[in-house]
Design a binder for this molecule. Structure first.
Ligand SMILES: *[C@@H]1O[C@H](CO)[C@@H](O)[C@H](O)[C@H]1NC(C)=O
Ligand SMILES: *[C@@H]1O[C@H](CO)[C@@H](O)[C@H](O)[C@H]1NC(C)=O
Ligand SMILES: *[C@@H]1O[C@H](CO)[C@@H](O)[C@H](O)[C@H]1NC(C)=O
Length: 266
């Protein structure tokens, strides 16, 4: 099928614009809008993300750690005419330490004095301590449970169709094997479970933690992916939601001394 010419030119113009915005050189990082200084290597595009020197391959998802770091560092820089007292929702976002592969280090600190241990999703799983706190390992998040409520739609959505549409879209958009995804529709709720243990994940597979982060950004209207947005129901496109609650289930239970009301709630 041939695309109309206008569409192609528009697409090219948009890519060129994106390249300028990203500070890119000879290619554009389609799967990470926070990456720039790009070079094509064979059939891939490789760039660095803001705030770190780690190279990302743009044909796949970038890691959540690098993305959070880029977001924090981009927000810091640049002038704006926001008033001094402007506040923003900082829940869950901090300037993380990533390892050479872009994964969260087990120990994270805020400034120089307050530190805590995180899981592979970068979520705190211990009390906050001082800088001598010991975090022996990054405990893997092998199960992510997401819950969203859609706004009222006129037409009734067909349960099996919607559930399979959601699995297909998540798998295609985020490059995650469908085996790791289940979707359940109980009007007006959609429940999505992502499960992937350490033995099931090869070095090149995307991690469910990164998929959940990309998904959350898509739902909140701040997509990290250039180009078309997320479409959860292909038939009518009427499934809309702008919030998602995400629970992280780790291979080991968290180690909070005081009972928290909502363990693992992001
Ligand atoms: C690209 O390189 C310049 C110069 O080294 C640097 O200032 C800029 O932050 C880099 N951009 C990214 C996205 O890494
Ligand atoms: C980090 O420190 C700042 C300033 O003290 C504070 O506002 C913020 O909530 C802290 N963040 C975390 C994750 O502890
Ligand atoms: C990982 O998941 C697979 C498939 O669900 C399962 O067969 C296997 O026992 C799991 N491995 C571990 C170490 O939990």
């Amino acid at each position: 099928m041939e695309l109309p010419r206008g569409t192609v030119y528009l697409a090219l113009a948009m890519l060129a614009l994106a390249a300028t915005v990203n500070g890119g050189t000879d290619c554009v990082c389609l799967n990470n809008k926070h990456a720039g200084n790009c070079t094509s290597v064979g059939s891939t595009c490789r760039c660095t993300t803001y705030g770190s020197n780690v190279t990302v391959v743009c044909e796949t998802l970038s890691s959540k750690c690098l993305l959070m770091k880029a977001e924090i560092n981009r927000n810091k820089s640049g002038k704006s005419n926001r008033p001094q007292h402007a506040i923003r929702d900082n829940d869950g976002i901090y300037d993380p330490e990533c390892d050479d592969n872009g994964n969260f280090k087990a120990k994270q600190c805020n400034g120089t004095s307050t530190c805590w241990c995180v899981n592979s999703a970068g979520i705190r799983r211990t009390d906050k301590g001082d800088k001598d706190i010991k975090c022996d390992e990054v405990v893997r998040t092998s199960w992510i449970s997401m819950e969203m409520k859609h706004s009222e739609t006129g037409n009734d959505l067909d349960k099996p169709t919607l559930e399979s549409d959601i699995r297909d879209e998540l798998s295609q958009r985020y490059k995650l094997n469908k085996n790791h995804i289940t979707a359940t529709y109980e009007k007006p709720f959609v429940f999505i479970e992502l499960k992937q243990n350490a033995t099931e994940k090869s070095a090149t597979d995307v991690d469910i933690v990164d998929v959940a982060y990309y998904f959350e950004k898509d739902i909140k209207g701040d997509s990290l992916i250039l180009g078309p947005g997320l479409t959860l129901d292909s038939s009518s496109g009427s499934l809309q939601s702008n919030d998602v609650i995400i629970y992280y289930i780790d291979d080991k239970p968290p180690e909070f001394t005081m009972q928290r009301l909502t363990p693992g709630l992001h």
